[in-house]
Write a protein that binds this ligand. Sequence first.
Ligand SMILES: *Cc1c(COP(=O)(O)O)cnc(C)c1O
Length: 372
Amino acid sequence: MSKLKYPFLDLGTVSAAYADGLKAAACRVIDSGRYVGGGECEAFEKQLARHTGTKYAVGVSNGLDALRLILRAYMALGKLAKGDEVIVPANTYIATVLAITDAGLTPVFVDADLSTLNIDTSLIERAVTPRTRAIMTVHLYGRPAYDDVMASVARRHGLLIIEDNAQAIGADVDGTKTGALGDAAAFSFYPTKNVGAIGDAGAVTTNDNALADAVRALANYGSDTRYHNIYQGFNCRLDPIQAAFLRLKLDDIDTETRHRRALAAIYDAEIGNALVGKPRLATPDNCVWHQYVVRVGNRDKFRAYLTANGVGSDVHYAVPPYLQPCYMQYSHLHFPVTEQLAAEVVSLPISRCTGADDARAIAAIINAYTDD
Ligand SMILES: *Cc1c(COP(=O)(O)O)cnc(C)c1O
């Protein structure tokens, strides 16, 4: 396929802007002779905790492991037990649900809100049962999924709030960053995320000292001190070379967020086509626009039109987790809003590969789309 004029995302182009710094970071790690743990990881963890506004940040191998480790750590601390129920949005990436079932916990899905595409917080309370112990909220597409309703249900029923912050680093609710809203949060630094590593990486943030220690131990064979194993753990550590890359990328997060918000504002102002539903802008804009997701009835036709006009696009996500083949036991469930989204969502280009003029051109192309 020939290269599109307006690619959805080209990671090589994104990295090129950081090339000198990334190469210097790699050399620093190679020359250090320290290839697991060490100063790069510690420095990145401090930087992430400062950025998020939490007491602790623990670097781990990826976002899924960050979620898994939080749940396993709560189990190790006696706050969760096998068979407990965890409320989770029906509209999420499958990793959120995989972490829950991996730990032997039961996901209880709640439908999405058509205006935020996030969990419909007004539906959370009726999903609570005597076995519910936690809400796993997901700040999907970079929009915080946390409000007073969720906080109040959690408080009244004694539920933990665990944030899947894989898509929303830098977002906030009234000045509190995502990752600091609940009891613990998982971050992913998968290369396509707003802060992306040059490979896999993740982190856990929390203000809970016992949880941070348990996550760190579980990620390191269950070892609290060398050759002393308090848990049957895993090897889910953050690589120092990724930590060195991430120190640089996290330093630049405000530029990344500003860029995404500027593109979202252009799309919002300039896309005007009755066939294309735009996401709601927040005022002030507290969303970090991991994806700019429009809704279109005849998605295949719309995407073919975009491609024919040189515009890349993607779909996040076409099949909800509970309808995936690996979750046959949930295939009888039905969440109308989530299923409508799965059929209609299209993600438009919003990375550093896309400039303001590109966004205007993309909007003009979208405005010329017809369904006949
Ligand atoms: C990317 C992502 C994850 C998983 O992160 P990895 O680093 O790819 O394991 C989890 N949840 C959500 C919502 C994600 O977007």
